[in-house]
Design a protein around this ligand. Structure first.
Ligand code: LLP
Length: 428
């Protein structure tokens, strides 16, 4: 479900025409739907309600402070991976006791900051990191809690190699076979309470089955650790629930929960989930205007004002986002969101940006309705890992971000200016 729909041939976000936002806020612009964010958050919370989990939204997927505030008000905690993300979560008004901190390279400064604000838990990813955390926790003289991130060595064959993380040969976490020795070495540390496990097997994971295998292995480990006298109170399952880049292609929260909940209902464990994409992906679109239409050999190009600097997923992972004009040709039906959907009378086009790289494309070989200079194109399912991965490469100011609630909308991040491009350079 999302709240981007065509009405009378025009795309709306909730009750606001996309064209109105583009006209006033300019393009490229990210547009988010508040109702969709809340709906997806609630769907996960309700599906997993029998486990009474703490949902920690993965800040990395969509980190605008206004969005974090909206989710915090809905009850969300946050999964963070840097001091910057902690700062954002706090600025959004989060209770620090709802922050879990993952990441393989936490610096001393970041650890000190997290200890001093009193986050819920450090998801520790190596022996060396645990030793450092213990040292810094001891210095601070404050209670510190940690979970060990394990790699259960499962993966989903449909997950892109660049976003699969739960395997043995991964920089993340420690191999599940090393977990018992880890607890024997550090499980009774004076400065850090190590009483939890966490995992994140990849993103997106297109079925519940890899989670089932991972949980199965993890529960066996927990039983063995408990038998050796280590209290395991919390299990953090990480993120990875898929989102519909094409209509009806991904499992719903309830589908994952249907298999996961029975496995954990009587475990006595506090459960944490770190969803990002399933909440944010279809809550955002990227609106861009056609600059030029051009023929290159046998190929037709739609050259638009957004580029890989605004949305890098196609260039980086060959990700496919559904793209379609924000205004339909007279009499045309709203399209099904299928990558292969072809407009009658259209010809295949590549949608490309203005960056000087041949990997700068947003979509390839799509049969769209005819489009002209000035027309507005919508890149759907762009809310997660969209704006957050943007850059200023080619000295392109970053796009604006807009949040829609019903018939109201506001800019929640202004478009960057040329001054922003050199704001951090010294003496210019
Ligand atoms: N927890 C941890 C420890 C993670 O590393 C991630 C994502 C998440 C939670 C959230 O996963 P999600 O629910 O959003 O799938 N840039 C890539 C995705 C990278 C994901 C990194 N980790 C993309 O655009 O597909």
């Amino acid at each position: 479900m999302d709240r981007f729909r065509y009405q009378n041939g025009e795309l709306y976000c909730e009750d606001v025409p996309a064209a109105q936002i583009a006209a006033r806020a300019g393009t490229p612009v990210y547009v988010y739907s508040a109702a969709t964010l809340r709906h997806h958050y609630r769907a996960i919370a309700e599906a997993f309600a029998p486990l009474n989990p703490l949902l920690c939204f993965a800040v990395k997927s969509l980190d605008n402070t206004h969005i974090l505030r909206l989710l915090a008000e809905a009850g969300s905690g946050f999964d963070v991976v840097s001091g910057g993300e902690i700062a954002r979560a706090l600025r959004a008004g989060t209770d620090p006791a709802k922050i879990v901190y993952s990441g393989v390279a936490k610096t001393d400064r970041e650890i000190r900051e997290a200890v001093s604000v009193g986050i819920k838990m450090f998801n520790v990813e190596s022996e060396a990191e645990f030793e450092n955390l213990s040292r810094l926790g001891g210095e601070a003289g404050r209670p510190v809690r940690a979970s060990l991130r394990i790699n259960p060595d499962v993966y989903d064959p449909r997950t892109h190699v660049k976003t699969a993380t739960g395997r043995k040969e991964s920089k993340f976490g420690v191999d599940i076979d090393r977990a018992e020795v880890f607890f024997q070495t550090y499980g009774r540390d004076a400065n850090v309470a190590l009483d939890a496990l966490d995992l994140h097997i990849g993103s997106p994971i297109y079925s519940a089955e890899p989670y089932v295998r991972a949980i199965d292995r993890t529960l066996a480990l927990i039983e063995s650790l408990r038998a050796k006298g280590f209290a395991i109170r919390t299990l953090d399952l990480g993120g990875g629930f898929a989102a519909d880049y094409e209509e009806g292609r991904s499992p719903l929260a309830a589908d994952y929960a249907g298999q996961i909940v029975p496995m954990l209902k009587d475990s006595g464990l506090e459960i944490i989930l770190e969803p990002g994409r399933q909440i944010a992906c279809n809550a955002g679109v990227l609106l861009t205007r056609v600059q030029y239409v051009k023929q290159g050999g046998s190929k037709k190009f739609l050259i638009v004002d957004a580029a890989m600097t605004d949305l890098i997923r196609p260039a980086l992972y060959d990700s496919e986002h559904f793209v379609w004009p924000a205004k339909l040709p007279a009499g045309a039906e709203p399209p099904p969101r299928r990558i292969s959907h072809a407009a009658e009378g259209g010809v295949p086009v590549d949608v490309v940006g203005g960056v000087c790289e041949s990997s700068d494309f947003l979509a390839k070989g799509r049969t769209l309705p005819p489009m002209e200079r000035g027309d507005l194109l919508t890149v759907f399912s762009a809310g997660a890992y969209g704006f957050v991965m943007s850059s200023q490469y080619n000295s392109r100011p970053r796009a604006a971000e807009v949040l829609v609630e019903g018939d109201a909308w506001r800019v929640i991040r202004r478009r960057e200016t040329y001054d922003d491009l050199f704001a951090a350079e010294c003496d210019v």
